[in-house]
Ligand binder design. Structure first.
Ligand SMILES: Cc1ncc(COP(=O)(O)O)c(C=O)c1O
Length: 403
């Protein structure tokens, strides 16, 4: 029997990162020396005090179902964190916990989108934004934000794309894959446009909020334009800041009607997030950020190592990330060149395939809606990043222009 799948599911795909990672792993298994720069996952381990809290939770009997919007103590801790770190005031009912920031985003779209509703997504984007929209019946509307604008949305472009069917604007800062961070002035400009269109909700993905470089201060649309708070869903989590990707805990803060509807959606999919994961997240939020500056310094050191080498490579243009886990590289200057085996590079997919053969795994920009670019992760050991930069430079130097 041929399995008939829903139209919605046919329009979404498995994560491009996962595909790139499995190609790298498959090559490694054949004995090849491959440096894997595909994944946005800290190479650091979850801090010990967080693990201890999880052991204690299990020993203390926190092994039962949890309330769907999250364990109260964790919601209170998120409320405290938003006040302390972000100067934002939310009532408890506005705060929900889910299985990762990804589920918060999914719940929000499921709770608000009707067929054909539009969601504005600046490109390059994290691929789950459009796929989460599609699976919930909406239509992603992409707004290209290239190198000239630092991969950031401008007020003019935003204004051009807002229509009657626009339900949401997605804003991700620091961005994946671009590493772009919006400044206060840039956020002001966007806020001015958004004020003119009160039917548009704003999804603020600030999962990488603490991974900022060069001493950049935190910036959020919510601080710049507090009058928009009733239209914003703030998305955060513990995955990146606390190296807790596997614990699957994220949170959202937004208008109560929305968070309640998101809770209804979650109650019919996964129910409340894991009891042990929430205990660990509580310890994370209550335990402070003393461990973080050392990690951010390491990410920044890797960024500098990669950017300084790649900037010297003919054919590449590097957008220096101001935060997050990635360096995003434009490779238009390599297209048309020939590899040593005679094959011509015609797309960022070809460039990534060539680099993989030369021992470095990255992800093609097409996965993030912007070509020809590729993404390299700096959430990878420093030695690996340094060696990867050398290999990429060497690989590019082997390319030839002859017909
Ligand atoms: C921009 C962005 N938002 C959300 C997520 C999902 O995070 P979580 O692990 O909390 O589901 C990711 C993970 O890569 C991300 O890059």
């Amino acid at each position: 029997m041929t399995m008939r799948l829903s139209k919605r599911v046919q329009h979404v795909s498995l994560s491009a990162n996962a595909a790139a990672k499995s190609r790298a792993t498959a090559l490694r298994e054949t004995g090849r020396d491959i440096l894997d720069l595909t994944t946005g996952e800290p190479d650091f381990d979850t801090p010990e005090h967080i693990k201890q809290a999880a052991y204690a939770a299990i020993a203390g009997g926190a092994t039962k179902y949890t309330p769907t919007p999250g364990v109260k103590a964790l919601r209170v801790a998120v409320q405290g964190k938003l006040g302390r770190e972000n100067q934002l005031d939310y009532p408890l009912q506005s705060i929900v916990i889910a299985n990762g920031a990804k589920q918060i985003i999914f719940n929000a779209f499921a709770a608000t989108l009707d067929d054909g509703d539009e969601v504005l997504i600046p490109t390059p984007y994290w691929p789950s934004f459009p796929d989460s929209v599609r699976i919930n019946g909406g239509e992603p509307v992409f707004i290209e934000c290239g190198l000239a604008q630092g991969c950031k949305l401008t007020p003019q472009k935003l204004e051009q794309h807002i229509g009657e069917r626009t339900r949401w604007l997605v804003l991700n800062s620091p961005g994946n894959p671009s590493g772009a961070v919006y400044s206060e002035a840039e956020l002001q400009g966007l806020a001015d446009v958004l004020r003119r269109h009160p039917h548009v909700l704003i999804l603020l993905d600030e999962l990488y909020e603490h991974i900022r470089f060069d001493g950049l201060p935190p910036q959020s649309l919510l601080n710049v334009a507090p009058d928009l708070q009733s239209r914003c869903l703030l998305v955060g989590g513990v995955s990146k800041t606390y190296a807790m990707t596997g614990w699957r805990i994220g949170f959202g803060a937004g208008p109560q009607t929305l968070t309640e509807a998101m809770t209804v959606v979650q109650s019919q999919s996964t129910s409340g997030a894991s009891s042990v994961g929430q205990a660990a997240a509580l310890a994370a939020l209550e335990g402070g950020l003393a461990f973080l500056p050392g990690q951010v310094a390491a990410y920044q050191q890797r960024r500098d190592a990669l950017v300084s080498v790649l900037r010297q490579v003919e054919g590449l243009e590097v957008l220096e990330p101001q935060g997050g886990f990635f360096v995003f590289v434009r490779c238009a200057g390599l297209l048309g060149l020939r590899r040593p085996d005679g094959q011509r590079l015609t797309s960022d997919g070809d460039v990534v395939a060539y680099l993989l053969e030369e021992g470095v795994a990255g992800v093609a920009g097409s996965a993030y809606g912007l070509s020809p670019w590729f993404r390299l992760s700096i959430a990878t050991a420093t030695d690996t990043v340094v060696e990867a930069a050398k290999r990429i430079a060497h690989a590019c130097a082997q390319l030839r222009a002859e017909p």
